[in-house]
Design a protein around this ligand. Structure first.
Ligand code: HMG
Ligand code: MG
Length: 303
C-alpha cells in the first residue's frame, strides 16, 4: 500500500520557548541567543524564540526583549513569540517578531490554570491582540492546548476542540496549532482533532504540537502527514513542558523528527548534523544529555 505524503515539511523549533520556559535552572540570555542562532544556521526557517508573559508566572522568559535584541536575523526565517494579552503584545512589537502566538485551550480547567481566565475570556483578550498584531503586519498563530487530553479534566471532546478552532478563526487568527500538552494522544485521535481544525483552516495553516510524554509524538506526526499536514512544532534536544501541566515532558525532539523525515525522503531544509550539534550545545548548557534518541545515537556514532 502506498500513501502519498507531503514532499516538504516545515518544522517550527519551539525549544527556546517551550523548552527553556520549563527549566528550573537559570539559562543565560547569551546561551538562548546562541541556541536560536544555531537552529537557524542548521536550516530552521521558523523558530519560536520566547514569550511575553508575566515574569511572575514564568520568570524563565523575563529576558524576552534581550533575547530578541541579541539575535542576528537571518533573511527568510520567521521569528515568533508568545503573547497572552495586549500587555504582552505591546512589549513584543518593538522587538519586531515576524509572528505572535496567542495560546488558548480546549479545556476550561487548563485555561484557568495556564492563563488565569476562562476560554471565552481568553478569546476576548486575544481579539484586540489579533487586530493590533495584524494591523502592524505581524502574522498571528493560535495554539490550542489540551486538544488531545487535559491534566486536570482528563478527556477533551472533539466538539470542544472545534469550538476553540472556530473562535480563533472568528477573531482573525491566521494559523491554528493542535497541541497535545501532556502527550496522551494517539494517532487516530490526533487525526480526528486535526480534521476539526481542517474544517476551518486550509492545510497550510494548521500544525501539530505534540509533547512526547507517552512516546506517541512521532506516530502522531506520521498520522498527520498521511492527511497532508506539513507543519509541526518540534523542540531541539526534546526540551519542553509547561509549568502549568504537571508531569508533561518535552516536545518531540527536532532531531528525531528530522531523522524520520529524511528517511521518508521529505525535504525540510534542515541539516541533521548541525541540528544534533545545536542539541548537544543546549544540553551541555543544561548539564545533561539530549533527550532526543536520534541526537544521542548520532553523537555516539561520531565517537
Ligand atoms: P493575571 O495575573 O491574570 O494577569 O495573569 P493580570 O492582567 O491580572 O496582571 C497581573 C500582573 O501581571 C500585573 O502586574 C500585570 O502588569 C502583569 P502587577 O500589577 O501585579 O505588577 N502582566 C504582565 N506582565 C508582563 N507581560 C504580560 C503581562 N500580563 C500581565 N504579558 C497572564 C494573566 C496571562 C499574564 C498570566 O497568567 C501568564 O503570564 N501566564 C503565562 C502562562 C505561560 O506562559 N504558560 C506557558 C506557555 S503556554 C504553553 O506552554 C502551551 C503551548 O506550548 C502549547 C501546548 O503544549 O499546549 C503553547
Ligand atoms: Mg507546548
Amino acid at each position: 500500500m502506498s500513501v502519498s505524503l507531503p514532499p516538504q515539511v516545515t518544522l517550527v523549533d519551539v525549544g527556546a520557548r517551550d523548552g527553556l520556559q520549563n527549566e528550573k535552572q537559570n539559562v543565560e540570555t547569551v546561551h538562548k541567543v546562541e541556541l536560536v542562532q544555531r537552529l537557524t544556521a542548521a536550516g530552521l526557517r521558523e523558530v519560536e524564540v520566547t514569550s511575553f508573559v508575566s515574569p511572575k508566572w514564568v520568570p524563565q522568559m523575563s529576558d524576552n526583549a534581550a533575547v530578541m535584541a541579541g539575535l542576528q536575523r537571518k533573511p527568510g526565517v520567521r521569528y515568533s513569540v508568545l503573547v497572552p494579552n495586549m500587555k504582552g503584545l505591546e512589549a513584543a512589537l518593538p522587538t519586531q517578531p515576524d509572528e505572535v502566538v496567542v495560546f488558548g485551550a480546549a479545556s476550561e480547567a487548563f485555561s484557568q490554570r495556564n492563563i488565569n481566565c476562562s476560554i471565552e475570556e481568553s478569546i476576548e483578550r486575544f481579539r484586540p491582540v489579533v487586530q493590533a498584531a495584524r494591523a502592524a503586519g505581524v502574522k498571528v498563530r493560535g495554539a490550542i492546548s489540551c486538544a488531545l487530553g487535559c491534566p486536570y479534566q482528563g478527556e477533551v471532546s472533539l466538539v470542544d476542540v472545534e469550538r476553540v478552532v472556530r473562535l480563533m478563526k472568528d477573531i482573525g487568527v491566521q494559523h491554528v496549532g493542535i497541541a497535545d500538552t501532556i502527550g496522551v494522544g494517539t494517532a487516530r485521535r490526533a487525526q480526528a482533532a486535526m480534521e476539526r481544525a481542517l474544517k476551518h483552516y486550509p492545510l497550510h495553516e494548521v500544525s501539530g504540537h505534540f509533547h512526547d510524554t507517552y512516546g506517541q509524538a512521532l506516530a502522531n506526526i506520521y498520522a498527520c502527514l498521511e492527511m497532508g499536514v506539513h507543519v509541526f512544532d518540534t523542540s531541539i534536544a526534546g526540551l519542553g513542558g509547561c509549568p502549568y501541566a504537571k508531569g508533561a515532558t518535552g516536545n518531540v525532539a527536532s532531531e528525531d523528527v528530522v531523522f524520520m523525515l529524511d528517511g521518508l525522503g521529505i525535504e525540510t531544509g534542515i541539516d541533521l548534523d548541525a541540528l544534533v550539534d545545536a542539541g548537544a550545545f543546549i544540553s551541555g548548557v543544561l548539564g545533561r544529555a539530549p533527550v532526543s534518541r536520534a541526537g544521542k545515537a548520532l553523537l555516539a556514532k561520531r565517537q
